[in-house]
Design a protein around this ligand. Sequence first.
Ligand SMILES: C[S@@+](CC[C@H](N)C(=O)[O-])C[C@H]1O[C@@H](n2cnc3c(N)ncnc32)[C@H](O)[C@@H]1O
Length: 210
Amino acid sequence: MSLNNLKYCQPEFYKFSEDSLFLANESSKLIKDSFPKGFSIKGLDLCSGCGVVGIETMRQLEDVSFFHFLELQSLFKDFFQKNALFFLDNDQRSKVEFYNSDFDSFLPNPNIKYNLITSNPPYFKRENNRLGLDERRNLCRFFTGTGFTNFLNFIYGSLDKLGVALFLGRGSEIEGEIEIFLKKTPNDFEIIKHKSIGLTSLFMGRFLDK
Ligand SMILES: C[S@@+](CC[C@H](N)C(=O)[O-])C[C@H]1O[C@@H](n2cnc3c(N)ncnc32)[C@H](O)[C@@H]1O
C-alpha cells in the first residue's frame, strides 16, 4: 500500500512518511517468516501517534490476540479512533486499546508481556539539533524528559522472551547508546540492524535465551 492511497487522519503538525509503512510491512513479514502459523500476536505500537504502524501491521496479520497503542500526546487519541474505525473491522477493533502515557510511567497489567513491539519513535537528540516552534512537533522528533536508553529499557522490560521488537532509528544518533545498553544487560539480549531505507534503519531486538 502506498502513502498516497492511505487516507489516515493525522494532525497538521505531524504527517507520517514512508518510514512508518516500511516498518509495518517489515514487521508483518518478519512475524509471518519467524513464527509458526497460529502464533497469536500480543502487539504494542510504542510511540504510536495516529496508530498507522500498528494498524497497518494488524491488517497484514491473521492471528492477533490484542494490539496496544502507547502515545504520550493525548491529542492523537481522536485521530487513532477515527483510523481504527476506518481501517479495522469490528473484530480487529475489539482487540485494540489506546493508552495515553509516557512509556516511562506506563504500567500495563504486570502479567502482560508483548511478543511484538513495533516502534517509530522520535529519532533525534535535543542537544544535537535545533528545536522548532511547535512543541507538539518537537515531541514527535525529539525525546523529551526521557531518552533513547529509557526507550530500550522499556522494550527490555515489556518484551516476551519469545518475542521480537522492531524499531526505526538513525544509526548515528543511537548506535552508541545501543552498544552501552547491551553491555549493561546480562548477555541475554541482542539488537541487530535488520535493514535500511535511506538514512533510517530498522533495528531488531530479541532475547537470546529462550
Ligand atoms: C516520530 S513520531 C511517530 C508516530 C507514529 N508512530 C508514526 O509512525 O507516524 C513519534 C511519536 O512518539 C511520541 N512520543 C514521544 N515521546 C514519547 C514517550 N516518552 N512516550 C510515548 N510516546 C512518545 C510522539 O508524541 C510521537 O507521536
